[in-house]
Design a protein around this ligand. Structure first.
Ligand SMILES: Nc1ncnc2c1ncn2[C@@H]1O[C@H](COP(=O)(O)OP(=O)(O)OP(=O)(O)O)[C@@H](O)[C@H]1O
Ligand SMILES: [Mg+2]
Length: 476
């Protein structure tokens, strides 16, 4: 569970903010002054600090400087009243993660908190790359197959350069883990790091998030805002799901790569920025170029150094290692004894096609352990958690009553002859049900719902917004 330290002298704000964040599943500590906050922080480090600018005694900026000296990678979100925005911008340029203007918009600050924690996770959990499963703590890239050896070599070769890197591979194949390893082994490992998930942020916000804006750039732009790329000056930007970046932003990104400069929205100044870009995608970029959804020039810029993660079905020799790794990792996380696994169950897992790759295998092992009663895992234990014999899962399942209902519903929609993108409409309909049910099941806890669905919290947030889901109406 992530720990957040709130430093603010306003008792009411501290209390209500604490309640809100606790409900969101965070562990929260509070301090009423900079001095008290620093004492707490020296005592034990939180994962994130939310800091007010105007404080009695040591002011926000001074407090920020002290925090920076204690742990320069600890993300700090600055809260500022409108009148002190300039101070907040100053802190952001000194390395603070971001700033929010009081009174703040709750969904927005939750997203900012989530992003900051994501950065913390990236920069603080060290990724081991020796390919063996003898780890129970932190993240490790497991795999000794020739295909994975190539990946390690490629990471080693390019990590210490400033080259742009494109990480490709199917969903769940380990792109994010590879990006973390690249960052941690790079010469910029001590510098700012930012993750931008191009899918999780709505298109309309992505541009201002990345590039910032000037006061008056659009209705509602009441103050200047420094964008994420500018904030990461000197550091690394990880653009996750770049295949989903809107076309207009792709042009700006190309310019950043070519000219190493940006312009804020509504601004005339060219601002030089020095950032290293790591991008990742599971999309077929070549196909996207053909359909006019991805710029060819950007593609050529990005792909010079490509790290390709192999799908799990092409490195089945690594599956037993991964099983070992997940069993020892999850049993220690769950506080249970590692029950082991039968040879037949291993063989069954090795022959599974794993369309969801390592994420799917990891989820399977985790669920199997939760239901386990102490005996070595058998084929039956595995099929119990995969729902059916896993081999038939992705073949042609026999249609059941539920499928028939869905088919009928789709047929009725099609026959109504509605205008617009009916395909998207149908997908949204089911998307809303899926997300709603996950939230129902978890009593509205977004972290758990995201985990259940196998998506990140920002992605879940984006879906809640997209499907206009109201948490209080979902949770009965
Ligand atoms: N080689 C590996 N060894 C151990 N764990 C791995 C490995 N590769 C991936 N994982 C784990 O599998 C899960 C999915 O990996 P990751 O998030 O890096 O995939 P991804 O390629 O970014 O997926 P997506 O396209 O869905 O974003 C994570 O929990 C990660 O820690
Ligand atoms: Mg990913």
């Amino acid at each position: 569970m992530s720990t957040i330290l709130i430093i603010d002298d306003d008792d009411n704000l501290r209390m209500s903010f604490k309640r809100l964040l606790t409900e969101e599943g965070y562990q929260v500590r509070t301090a009423g002054s900079g001095e008290a906050g620093i004492r707490m922080l020296e005592d034990s480090l939180p994962d994130l600090v939310v800091l007010d600018v105007r404080l009695p005694g040591m002011n926000g900026l001074e407090t920020y400087e002290r925090i920076y000296r204690i742990d320069r990678k600890l993300p700090v979100i600055i809260m500022t009243a409108f009148s002190t925005t300039e101070t907040a911008i100053k802190a952001t340029k000194m390395g603070a993660f971001d700033y929010v203007i009081k009174p703040f918009d709750i969904p927005q600050i939750l997203v900012t908190i989530q992003q900051a924690l994501e950065v913390r996770r990236f920069t603080s959990s060290v990724v081991d790359m020796d390919g063996s499963p003898d780890h129970t703590e932190g993240e490790a890239i497991i795999g000794k197959s020739p295909a994975m050896q190539e990946v390690y070599k490629a990471i080693g070769r390019v990590a210490a350069t400033d080259a742009t890197v494109l990480v490709r591979g199917e969903s769940g194949s380990g792109k994010e883990l590879a990006a973390m390893a690249l960052y941690q082994h790079s010469i910029r490992a001590e510098k700012p790091f930012l993750v931008i998930n191009c899918v999780a942020i709505p298109d309309t916000l992505l541009e201002s998030e990345l590039f910032g804006y000037e006061k008056g750039a659009f209705t509602g732009a009441t103050h200047r805002r420094v964008g994420k790329i500018e904030q990461a000056h000197g550091g690394t930007v990880f653009l996750d799901e770049i295949g989903d970046m809107p076309m207009n932003l792709q042009a700006k990104m190309l310019r950043l790569l070519q000219e190493k400069s940006i312009e804020r929205l509504g601004g005339r100044d060219t601002i030089p920025v020095d950032v290293r870009i790591i991008a990742a995608t599971n999309r077929d970029l070549e196909q996207l170029i053909m359909t006019g959804h991805f710029r060819e020039d950007l593609y050529y810029r990005l792909k010079v150094i490509t790290i390709q993660l192999p799908p799990l079905r092409e490195r089945t020799g690594d599956i037993p290692l991964l099983i070992d790794y997940f069993l020892s990792r999850f049993s220690s996380e769950l506080g249970v004894e590692n029950p082991g696994i039968t040879q037949e169950a291993i063989s069954r897992l090795v022959s599974n096609p794993w369309p969801g790759n390592i994420r799917e295998l990891s989820n399977t092992m985790q669920k199997a352990l939760i239901f386990n009663r102490g005996a070595p895992l058998t084929i039956a234990d595995i099929t119990q958690v995969t729902g059916s014999d896993s081999k038939t899962q992705n073949g042609n399942p026999h249609e059941n009553g539920c499928d028939k209902n869905i088919r009928n519903w789709i047929r009725s929609q099609l026959s109504m002859g509605k205008q617009g993108n009916l395909f998207e409409h149908c997908l949204d309909h089911f998307g809303g049900i899926i997300v709603g049910e996950a939230l129902n099941l978890t009593g509205g806890n977004r972290s758990s719902a995201a985990k259940l669905l196998g998506i990140s919290r920002p992605t879940l947030h984006a879906k809640i917004e997209k499907y206009h889901l109201k948490i209080e109406t979902i949770v009965k």
